[in-house]
Design a protein around this ligand. Structure first.
Ligand SMILES: Nc1nc2c(ncn2[C@@H]2O[C@H](COP(=O)(O)OP(=O)(O)OP(=O)(O)O)[C@@H](O)[C@H]2O)c(=O)[nH]1
Length: 386
């Protein structure tokens, strides 16, 4: 039963969270470690020296001092290994000091300065564990000192005046530290508020920046699309195709057959001259639309310049490309364009051979197109590889 109570009391005393709920403050950990290192070193040496000096005259106090001196060094080395347990170590240190100083206060004789020790514990309690623990300590010290004085459990040889003076000292120190702690807490709270405001501002600015970045990125993509697109037909422009072609060429080097269909509108000059440029533009747009409708997503439809258009069809054989061109030609001649009526196209088809340059491929398609025009227009010709 007694064992159970002792262990319960120990747990309550040593567990900083249970006894001192307001105190665990991560920001103070570093300062507490430095503080405790100093305290343990200093208290260790002082207790050992005092213990040796008192050993002869006051053996009990001498032994207590030596014991606590050794404990201080033990705690010092423990703290190096268990820095993350700083709150627990601080609690242990506080209670050990409390026991040692109270023991010295009650058991040592003829030395009035021992009451000064009690002021030290109070300061340590405030510093290590905050205001609440400071209040507890003050209450315990005053209660123990006053009740011992009246009950005379230990004969301390203090007079009534001595005890009254000590209580005043303790109260004076309490007010000083209490005011200091209140001020510090207010400042900490103020800093926390400032920090929160700053964090909120940074978050807001970050979001604004992200939104601006997103808008910029969209604008960039838009501009890129505009610079890659022929504004009349909406097809890729020559510049974009030339840039793309270098990538397609790399694909063709990996044993694939790519085809190029070079399309030219028949008698386009005549259409322009007869119906005007606006109608000529509409013809170009109509053919571009047909090209988009008849090609796959992987094909690239390009306005090469003037009335010349290109379909670049990756992984397509000469036969397949010819069929595509025929289908397109067939479709276009069935279109009935307002005011213009029927139009036709001619096309030359060639395939990319390994190691080809773009101009070689284009040249072959152009030769085939020339033959289509020579053959009377509205037809497809292919350039058969040797
Ligand atoms: N409406 C319009 N016409 C253009 C545009 N670009 C070029 N052209 C005209 O397209 C015509 C191209 O004609 P040519 O290539 O000489 O020959 P064609 O009349 O098509 O005759 P063939 O190709 O031999 O059947 C020229 O009159 C150019 O002025 C454009 O953006 N809009």
């Amino acid at each position: 039963m007694l064992k159970k109570w002792i262990s319960k009391a120990l747990i309550v005393m040593l567990h900083p969270i249970k006894l001192f709920p307001e105190l665990s403050d991560a920001h103070n950990v570093r300062y507490k470690i430095v503080f405790l290192q100093n305290v343990f070193t200093f208290a260790g040496f002082v207790s050992l020296i005092m213990g040796v000096l008192r050993w002869e005259q006051q053996p009990i106090i001498g032994k207590i001092d030596v014991t606590f001196g050794l404990l201080a060094f033990l705690l010092l080395s423990t703290m190096q290994r268990y820095r993350h347990k700083i709150e627990l170590i601080a609690s242990i240190a506080l209670w050990l000091c409390f026991i040692q100083f109270m023991a010295v206060f009650f058991l040592a004789d003829g030395n009035n300065s021992r009451s000064g020790l009690l002021l030290l514990i109070l300061a340590g309690a405030f510093y290590l564990k905050g205001r609440l623990t400071g209040y507890y300590m003050l209450a315990m010290i005053v209660m123990l000192v006053v009740s011992n004085h009246f009950l005379a459990v230990f004969d301390t040889h203090f007079t009534n005046l001595d005890i009254l003076t000590l209580c005043f000292y303790l109260l004076a120190q309490f007010f000083i530290i209490h005011n200091y702690e209140s001020l510090r807490e207010t400042q900490t709270q103020h800093l926390k508020t400032l920090n929160q405001d700053l964090e909120a501002l940074v978050k807001k600015r970050t979001e604004q920046l992200a939104a601006a970045n997103h808008a910029l990125e969209l604008e960039k993509q838009n501009l890129k699309k505009l610079s890659d697109t022929d504004h009349l037909t909406g097809l890729s422009n020559r510049h974009h195709f030339e840039a793309l072609f270098s990538q397609q060429q790399r694909i063709s080097e990996r044993d694939t057959t790519d085809a190029l269909i070079l399309i030219d509108i028949d008698y386009f000059k005549h259409i322009n001259d007869t119906h005007g440029h606006i109608h000529g533009d509409n013809v170009l747009k109509g053919i571009a639309r047909s090209m988009r409708e008849h090609t796959r997503a992987s094909d690239i439809s390009v306005r090469w310049g003037g009335d010349e258009l290109i379909i670049y069809a990756p992984r397509t054989t000469l036969l397949q490309a010819r069929q595509l061109a025929e289908k397109l030609r067939d479709h276009i001649q069935t279109l009935q364009l307002p005011d213009v009526g029927t139009i036709t196209i001619s096309a030359g088809v060639a395939v990319l051979c390994p190691g080809d340059t773009f101009s070689q491929l284009l040249q072959r398609a152009d030769q085939a197109l020339y033959r289509a025009k020579q053959a009377g227009r509205n037809c497809i010709q292919t350039f058969e590889p040797a």
